[in-house]
Ligand binder design. Structure first.
Ligand SMILES: [Zn+2]
Ligand SMILES: [Zn+2]
Length: 937
């Protein structure tokens, strides 16, 4: 069997259909993974990388003393499977194969993915022949050619990819940990640092600093309008910008009729056809159509997989000789572009345009098949059409402009105007993405005098450099050698998702500014492109077999160690700087109580809340849900009432939880509980809010005095309000316990929410665990509990209630456990048994038992039990055990009846004792007789 492994499932499907020819392709499924077979061939697709590089086990704890961030530099790495089902299928097929062809994408990443597949194959089938096919387009010609001319895997190319993987992991992980720990950030809030990512972010931040530092300068522009044959013509002063106001005003004043034509210059201008698309050129052009870099690449890859365009990751801007341009034209001639193709055939340039970069792996991006808008949808069509039209443009003749420049003079001041006419549309006919407007001027003659209709003196200001758009940034990254054609758009995507930058054009966030600022101050190797450029050079050397992978990785390790020397020397400063600067992103606005700022605060644990920066002078605070529900951050929206930033909880993979204005939220979420206070009215609530009293707790804390000042209530009413609030606090505490109890003991079930159950219980007057223990079973069933669930729940509720009562009485927890074990559960159980019996049952010292029983009796207002000392009990027990027929079992029964020594036994009524202990009367009589005999002796 011949097994072919492709980079993705979709390319497997397509290649199978091409290679199968007239044979039928059978689609198989194994663990949800498709494979395509015909004749004796099976084709299966990977999902890009199916394994991932990670550190050896033992490095997961960020705060480990032993495995510090620096230790990650020298940590060993392993390959971890990430797509187990696919690996399983590949290995299963590989065992049966006689020949295997790796048909992953033809570039560094594709070679590495191919090598990973190769290693998986070798692990299960060490002898099978493995070869490699390389192609730049998934079209019948290319595919047939590639599979009939297979070669070997290029291990040097794959090694370059591996070096990059390991170096990226090592830099990214160690630096991210170091910086995050220094700035005391964890969880969803870590500060990621990366080999390509950080220099890219630095470019955006540096541009922002330029913009911030920019001082606008005033300048003046002078222009006039004249008229010729009923047409208004604008002319500008030949001094494009006057930097001196007086000079501009003087020139303005001197400008007087007549306006004399001094010179007419006619010339021809060639507008060259554009060069073929490489990845960057394509992304820039697609950006003009409104597509982000990531989006346009995603669409281009999809078009490639479906055979419509060639491989979109390429640095090549020169069509290779092997590319049959006529064949491509012929194909396009069958499409909706047939009239454009016909035009190009008739106006073809002798040689196609060519850019500066010529590489051998892939041709420039060009169309390879016919698509229709109906079949592929609007967005993909937009991209496809762009690629087609660009291709046609590169084969078309240049456009030609006839330009006209007219110079004037007015009162000695020189003016000029220009016009242009497109005399030959050339490539612009088939590629109409940039505007080419004619600007026709009327015919002038030298020496001609014209009127001046208007003069304009405009004051303007110089503008700061613009922020980077995604497309511009990708161009700049390419110039600096940052990243590769395959990764640049992904790096930008990461900066956005990590909240380092936002918007397009890209603007850095406060965190982005802080991290770059600190790194630039203390370890600028990380933010400069030099290091990463050097790595690109080294990778090329690996590809050309001038260096090996391990050597390059070792060098990078040494470099990173030097970075850590700098970082570790300034760890504290770096952390403090970042924390200081990012504090603002957590600041919400004025404290309603004291006017200083309130701020979101995250504690080490899962806790987060909003507190006043004026603490401890001001204790205003608002609680927030735990971090597990989402990490609290501020948004740009500001509450018009309170002037506070809105707060939202963000959690990876979940929709953000909008809290809105924290104070509005605080007020509305406390309204219900405030209204539980018996004497509360709308009017009082309003007055309390005005004095920043929002919660029941705050009413209690204010006390009657505070309430009188805040609301003007009489002392009597203020006291009522406060005591009402105290009662509500107690109720709330009980309810909260009740809710926790139900949540803990009632298993979750679909369609049943704990909060709904608890609400219904409250509505029926059940507010606490004790009430739950004594509730009607019918009520529990009506809120959605099963019979057994209700029984268990109530048993547990009773146990907890009793335990609490006993603990409140003062019985220590350790003893409670022993009592509970022996079946002494309720307070009544304590006084229902003789202390001697309880001591016997629990093993607790009789004197301790006495003390406990005495406490319970007192709490229940019952008489104290009989006191027995340990010595008494031991002596009595010896007396009883001396009697023939009395063993440990009988002792227990006698204790329960209060008989703990011979004397008691002697004086007891045999009838009653028999009833209490269950021991037959005759036996009791015998015991008594025996005791008297022993006692007399
Ligand atoms: Zn405050
Ligand atoms: Zn508000």
């Amino acid at each position: 069997m011949h097994l072919i492994i492709t980079e993705k499932n979709i390319s497997a499907d397509r290649i199978a259909r091409i290679l199968a020819g007239k044979s039928k392709v059978i689609v198989g499924k194994d663990g949800g993974i498709s494979s395509y077979s015909f004749d004796d061939t099976v084709i299966a697709g990977l999902r890009g990388h199916v394994v991932e590089v990670d550190f050896e086990p033992g490095y997961t704890n960020w705060r480990s003393e032993e495995h510090t961030p620096r230790s990650l530099i020298d940590a060993g790495t392993i390959k971890v499977p990430t797509e187990k089902k696919i690996i399983h299928l590949i290995q299963k097929l590989a065992k049966k194969a006689e020949r295997i062809t790796i048909a992953t994408d033809f570039d560094t990443e594709g070679e590495l993915i191919g090598k990973e597949a190769y290693e998986l194959i070798r692990a299960v089938n060490p002898k099978v022949k493995v070869d490699r096919s390389r192609f730049s387009a998934i079209t019948p010609e290319e595919i047939h050619h590639a599979f009939s001319h297979t070669t070997e895997i290029d291990f040097a190319l794959a090694a370059a990819g591996e070096a990059r993987q390991v170096i990226d992991l090592m830099w990214g992980a160690s630096l991210t940990r170091f910086i995050s720990l220094a700035a005391r950030r964890g969880g969803a809030n870590i500060l990621s640092v990366g080999r390509v990512q950080s220099p890219t972010l630095a470019m955006i931040v540096d541009r922002e600093k330029e913009i911030e530092a920019f001082v606008a300068e005033k300048y003046w522009q002078l222009s006039l309008s004249t008229e010729k044959s009923g047409e208004t013509i604008e002319a500008r002063h030949t001094t494009a910008r006057f930097t001196d106001k007086t000079a501009a005003e003087t020139a303005h004043a001197r400008t007087k009729e007549p306006l004399v034509v001094t010179e007419i210059k006619e010339s021809q201008k060639t507008d060259r056809a554009p060069t073929p698309f490489d990845t960057t050129g394509f992304i820039v052009a697609a950006a003009r159509l409104g597509l982000s870099a990531a989006n346009s690449m995603r669409i281009a890859e999809d078009l490639y997989m479906n055979g419509f365009i060639s491989y979109p990751r390429t640095d090549n801007t020169v069509y290779p000789k092997t590319l049959d341009l006529n064949a491509v034209l012929k194909t396009l001639g069958q499409s909706v572009f047939s009239s454009d193709v016909a035009w190009v055939m008739a106006h073809r340039r002798p040689v196609p345009t060519a850019g500066k970069k010529s590489t051998t792996d892939h041709p420039p991006i060009h169309p390879t098949g016919i698509a229709t808008r109906e079949a592929i949808g609007d967005d993909r069509w937009k991209v496809y059409e762009l690629v087609v039209r660009r291709f046609l443009a590169t084969l078309s003749i240049d456009a030609q402009w006839k330009t006209l420049k007219v110079n004037f003079e007015a009162g000695g001041e020189p003016y000029t105007t220009t016009g242009g006419v497109l005399v030959e549309a050339g490539w612009r006919k088939v590629y109409q993405y940039s505007e080419a407007k004619d600007h026709v001027l009327p015919r002038f003659t030298e020496g001609e005098k014209l009127p001046i209709k208007e003069k304009h003196l405009e004051e303007k200001e110089t503008l700061p450099p613009p922020r980077y758009t995604q497309a511009k940034l990708i161009q700049r990254m390419e110039e600096l050698g940052l990243g590769t054609k395959s990764t640049r758009h992904e790096v930008i995507g990461k900066l956005v998702s990590r909240k380092y930058v936002e918007g397009n054009p890209l603007r850095p966030s406060l965190v982005g500014m802080a991290v770059v600022g600190s790194l630039e101050d203390h370890a600028d190797t990380i933010t400069k492109p030099d290091m990463t450029q050097m790595l690109e050079d080294h990778m090329n050397m690996i590809k050309e077999r001038q260096r090996n992978r391990d050597d390059v990785v070792r060098e990078s390790r040494e470099m990173l160690h030097r970075v850590f020397d700098q970082l570790e020397a300034h760890g504290q400063e770096i952390g403090d700087e970042i924390m200081d600067q990012t504090a603002e992103e957590m600041t919400l606005g004025p404290c309603p109580v004291c006017g200083k700022d309130i701020r979101i605060r995250h504690l080490r644990s899962q806790a987060q809340f909003i507190g006043c920066t004026n603490y401890p002078e001001c204790t205003f605070n608002i609680g927030l849900p735990m971090v597990m529900w989402g990490f609290a951050v501020r948004t740009d929206t500001i509450c018009p009432t309170h002037g506070l930033h809105h707060v939202t909880l963000i959690k990876k993979g979940a929709r953000p939880w909008e809290i809105g204005c924290p104070l509005c939220h605080h007020i509305s979420s406390n309204k219900e509980t405030l209204d539980l206070v018996l004497t509360m009215t709308d009017e009082i609530r309003e007055k309390l809010h005005k004095k920043h009293i929002y919660t029941v707790y705050e009413i209690v804390k204010s006390g009657p005095e505070g309430i009188i000042t805040a609301t003007g209530l009489t002392r009597e009413n203020a006291e009522k309000l406060v005591s009402g609030a105290e009662e509500v606090l107690v109720l709330l505490r009980k309810r909260s316990e009740c809710r926790k109890f139900v949540r803990k003991h009632l298993p979750p079930r679909r369609g049943r929410s704990h909060s709904a159950i608890v609400k219904k219980l409250h509505a029926s007057g059940i507010d606490d665990v004790e009430g739950l223990g004594g509730a009607e079973r019918q009520l529990l069933r009506s809120v959605g509990m099963g019979e057994v669930e209700a029984e268990n729940l109530q048993a547990e509720a009773k146990r907890i209630t009793n335990e609490r009562v006993l603990r409140d009485i003062g019985i220590p927890a350790v003893s409670l456990k022993k009592y509970h074990h022996a079946g002494i559960i309720t307070p009544l159980d304590f006084i229902g048994h003789h202390p001697a019996a309880i001591s016997e049952m629990t093993g607790i010292n009789p004197e301790t038992v006495f003390r406990h029983v005495e406490m319970v009796a007192k709490a229940l207002d019952k008489p104290a039990p009989e006191k027995i000392s340990k010595v008494q009990l031991e002596k009595g027990k010896a007396e009883l055990l001396a009697i023939r027929g009395i063993g440990e079992a009988a002792i227990g029964k006698l204790y329960r009846a209060g008989i703990f020594n011979g004397d008691r036994l002697d004086k007891a009524s045999p009838d009653e004792l028999s009833k209490k202990t269950g021991i037959p009367k005759e036996k009791i009589l015998e015991y008594q007789k025996e005791y008297r005999a022993v006692a007399k002796a």
